[in-house]
Design a protein around this ligand. Structure first.
Ligand SMILES: [Zn+2]
Length: 83
């Protein structure tokens, strides 16, 4: 499968197999969003993303702080288990 043209897209989408950057070579509108066919720039893996627009209410500062501390504790536990 050879794409007609490769469009370097936002660098926030990485290959799920090897982690390299990806190209978009097909985009189609879907209900409330867009479907993009992507190609890995390194291992040539092809995958599809469905990007759907939605709005999310802002997270209260206290809740954000609580979750951040919880994630930090989990990271510390994992780091200690690996020592
Ligand atoms: Zn890849």
């Amino acid at each position: 499968m050879k794409p007609k043209s490769l469009i370097p897209h936002d660098r926030g989408i990485f290959c799920p197999k090897c982690g390299a950057g990806t190209y978009v070579y097909d985009s189609r509108p879907i209900a409330d969003g867009i479907r993009r066919r992507r190609l890995c720039s390194k291992c040539q893996f092809v995958f599809v993303t469905w990007e759907i627009m939605c709005s999310v209410p802002p997270i209260p500062k206290d809740e954000l702080k609580r979750v951040t501390e919880m994630l930090r504790d989990i990271a510390d536990q994992i780091e200690n288990e690996l020592k």
